[in-house]
Design a protein around this ligand. Structure first.
Ligand code: UDP
Length: 366
């Protein structure tokens, strides 16, 4: 395995349980990839070191899978947003609509009102902007999505696919749960403990602070690679674009912002959101508090890639890399970076389970 995030950890575990011997190479000094969580020595708060991660899924098998290894605490993600000098509730729901337009709409009235704002000339929205204008209208789009999206992705919402906005619900009731999914929670002892337990099997050997190099392929029967697909080929035909994040860390006493995640939707504010980590563990008590101010920018050669950027017009370079990747006999590319796909944790685990099943049905059990 090249990498010790959810993808490779799950594949390693499944193979190990079927009798395979697995080695995992992780170039960082910890497992769990960008889901890594660690206690802040100063405040004792469990910190999502690479930014906020909330586990949510509709996939019962995936939910049962993660619950096999650690206890999950009930957690509902309720996000707030600062824009135009006020604090609103996200995702856009009846409270947001009533507050934003200064109205007292019922669900039906709000739906009719927003329906009247929608640009119905857009029949089949392809871009982020078309999707927004078609379903929430210009005013809400400009207040909540345009600036945030430009900061987050560094390109115009006219160039991004509609699928990115489809991640967020719009509700005509007061349900302010950020996600639609049936199951949602936070691992009691953090994501790193979860991944460590997934990897804790006599047939799995984990090498931390050790990069996987292409020359090592010959030592193994098969390699699952969760690093960036372009990196695997030494970027020989060019670099795929990613966004990276910078976090400005600050600490204070008590409750700093009153919620886990506060988005800053306006383009004039340079950061996208502030995360106050203690609110991810409401069952714990801490006097101090640690916050991350999150800035998004283009990923350079020495930065950690976070988000693959999908263009509505497609990506020729990606197609070339994917073509090469699919012709590799001994290497399977997995995960957000290996597949260059904006996947949530549950989707990553689902993909890993499917990959391993396909592999075993093809190669056979040990
Ligand atoms: N988004 C936005 N305003 C917000 C929150 C999200 O415009 O206040 C857009 C933005 O383009 C973002 C996308 O919706 O990238 C998906 O948001 P999500 O919260 O799922 O992003 P993640 O937590 O994965 O970064």
């Amino acid at each position: 395995m090249a990498g010790a995030g959810f993808s490779c950890a799950v594949i390693a575990r499944e193979l190990a349980e079927q009798g395979y011997t697995v080695e995992v190479f992780e170039r960082r000094n910890h497992v769990a990839g960008n889901c890594h969580s660690e206690r802040d020595p100063k405040t004792g708060v469990m910190v999502h070191i690479y930014g906020p991660h909330i586990f949510h899924t509709d996939d019962e098998e995936v939910w049962n899978y993660v619950n096999r290894f650690v206890e999950f605490k009930p957690y509902v993600n309720r996000v707030k947003a600062t824009t135009r000098g006020q604090i609103f509730s996200l995702p856009i729901n009846l409270h947001t609509i009533n507050q934003f337009f200064g109205r007292t709409f019922s669900p039906k009235e709000a739906e009719e009102f927003i329906g009247a704002q929608a640009d119905l000339s857009i029949v089949d929205p392809q871009t982020f902007e078309e999707q927004a204008l078609r379903f929430v209208g210009k005013d809400l789009y400009e207040a909540f999505f345009k600036g945030y999206t430009e900061k987050q992705w560094g390109i115009s919402p006219q160039e991004l696919p509609a699928s990115i906005l489809k991640r967020l619900p719009v509700r005509f009731n007061y349900n302010d749960n950020y996600f639609f999914h049936r199951y949602q929670g936070m691992p009691l002892e953090g994501y790193t403990t979860l991944v460590e337990r997934v990897l804790n099997h006599p047939n799995i050997k984990v090498h931390l602070s050790t990069s996987f190099e292409r020359e090592m392929i010959s030592r193994f029967d098969h390699v699952f690679y969760s690093g960036p697909v372009d990196g695997f080929y030494g970027y020989d035909i060019g670099r795929l674009p990613y966004r990276t994040l910078d976090f400005e860390v600050f600490r204070d006493e008590g409750d700093v912002q009153g919620c886990a995640v506060m988005n800053y939707c306006e383009a004039s504010v340079p950061y996208t959101r502030i995360t106050e980590h203690k609110h991810f563990s409401p069952w714990e008590e801490h006097k101090g508090s640690i916050c991350y101010r999150e800035f998004s920018r283009a990923c350079g050669p020495d930065d950690i890639p976070y988000y693959p950027i999908s263009h509505v017009s497609g990506n020729e370079l990606l197609e070339q890399y994917q073509k090469r990747a699919s012709s590799e006999k001994k290497v399977t590319f997995v995960g957000r970076l290996g597949m260059y796909r904006y996947m949530d944790m549950d989707v990553t685990i689902r993909a890993a389970l499917d990959t391993v099943r396909e592999f075993v049905s093809y190669v056979g059990r040990k």
